[in-house]
Write a protein that binds this ligand. Structure first.
Ligand code: GLC
Ligand code: MG
Length: 424
């Protein structure tokens, strides 16, 4: 994973998922999509994206199927008790070893059985180093106090965390989202790869620990839970590196990137007219993100269909290049303009979204680049994804790219049902 980077990551974002990265009250996922295009256009190449969630691997994977979540570099799950690396989610077994110290779930279950207010969570959420219950708010302080006394008497070093006013987790003392992050930072330091900046993001009780790690910036998103705000008021009020954003969820994360000057903070998705926009970023990653935003708006008929646009399209596709459609057929690139023209407005008024994931660029000549990415489309309930490779070139002294070749293949199990339609 770190091989992708040539040096220390320039920014590491460590974010909770439910109600931080993902807004379950935003059916269009707009703030998440804003974050996605910002990340892929500017940060993917030299930064690290880390999710830190209370969810077990099982229900984390479910969420990834439901929401347009980017692929993270590192996934911390089950409230900081499980760490996994990369796309393949390679588990960190050293971390799990550390947590065995003085940990005994049987004793915990014996003790918790005496509390009728503690309702066990589903089996998927019981993990090797996490025992989880539901607990209603009115009983919470009393139960937590008595339970921790009982567990102390049994000489267990555990940590009790209450989140969302509903969930109670019991973990080894050395576990938790904060400890897992501290562990990662120690590992990076040993390799001389400590990120230049880190930003932690959260909304509820189990995120509080993230904000205690030295030298990180922090954002409690606009919709943060009372329990987190109260923790902050009691423990971290004077830390200028922690803010409570005014915007919700992922939009609050973008706000914090701006507030702490951590890098670009204008999401390409917020740019309505790329032609008029003054931010003229010249990077292959930005180019593909921008193109597919245009493509989404074009198919939704949110941009005007003008000769000027068609002319621009025509001049950005190299006529003699080839386009390999995911079903395997090849077409000359000069057909692409015609094809795009035909698609105008075919998704008008429909739920239709496009986003890119895992954008990576390699320069292969003085004026040419290979850009690879996953192009996702969701239309109604259906979702599909093409692994896409684009060869881009630029002419000297010209501030624009030419698309020479495009090659798409379906990701396994993510083929579109109707493949008769030609699209990019
Ligand atoms: C997630 C987990 C749950 C945990 C809660 C709070 O919802 O699925 O087990 O109790 O986060 O940490
Ligand atoms: Mg949350």
């Amino acid at each position: 994973m770190m091989d992708r980077l040539n040096g220390p990551p320039s920014l590491m974002i460590v974010s909770d998922l439910d109600f931080t990265m993902v807004d379950h009250e935003d059916p269009e996922d707009l703030s998440l999509l804003r974050f996605n295009s910002l990340w892929e256009a500017y940060y993917r190449q030299d930064s690290l994206l880390v999710y830190s969630t209370g969810r077990s691997p099982t229900i984390y994977k479910q969420l990834r199927k439901e929401k347009p979540l980017l692929t993270p570099d590192i996934t911390i799950m089950s409230v900081g008790t499980e760490i996994a690396y990369g796309e393949s989610m390679l588990p960190d077994s050293d971390w799990e070893q550390c947590l065995n110290l003085n940990w005994n779930p049987d004793i915990i279950l014996q003790e918790t059985a005496n509390f009728p207010h503690l309702i066990p969570q589903s089996d998927t959420e019981q993990r090797p180093h996490k025992v989880s219950f539901f607990l209603e708010k009115p009983n919470s302080s009393e139960v937590i106090k008595t339970l921790s006394e009982r567990l102390q008497k049994r000489k267990l070093d555990v940590k009790i965390i209450y989140s969302n006013g509903t969930a109670l987790d019991i973990l080894p003392k050395g576990a938790g989202k904060g400890q897992a992050l501290a562990y990662l930072l120690r590992k990076f330091k040993a390799n001389g790869r400590i990120p230049l900046n880190s930003l932690v993001c959260g909304d509820s009780g189990n995120d509080a620990e993230l904000f205690t790690i030295p030298e990180v910036y922090g954002v409690m998103v606009g919709n943060a839970q009372e329990e987190l705000l109260q923790w902050h008021a009691e423990n971290a009020k004077n830390n200028p590196n922690i803010i409570h954003s005014s915007e919700r969820c992922a939009s609050g994360i973008i706000q914090a990137i701006g507030k702490f000057s951590l890098g670009p903070n204008v999401s390409p998705r917020d740019i309505k007219d790329f032609g008029k926009c003054r931010v003229n970023v010249f990077s292959p990653g930005y180019e593909v993100v921008k193109f597919y935003l245009f493509y989404e708006r074009w198919r939704r008929a949110e941009v005007e269909k003008s000769d000027q646009i068609l002319q621009n399209l025509k001049s950005s596709f190299y006529p003699l290049g080839t386009f390999v459609h995911p079903c395997g057929t090849e077409q000359p690139m000069n057909k692409c303009t015609y094809m795009v023209e035909r698609l105008y407005g075919d998704k008008q008024g429909k739920r239709y979204q496009v986003w890119l994931d895992r954008v990576s660029t390699s320069q292969i000549g003085s004026d040419s680049w290979l850009v690879k990415f996953d192009k996702w489309e969701s239309t109604g309930e259906e979702r599909y994804c093409c692994r896409t490779t684009v060869l881009l070139t630029t002419k000297q002294a010209e501030e624009s790219f030419t698309w020479m070749h495009i090659h798409q293949t379906w990701l396994d199990g993510l083929e579109a049902k109707d493949q008769s339609l030609w699209f990019l």
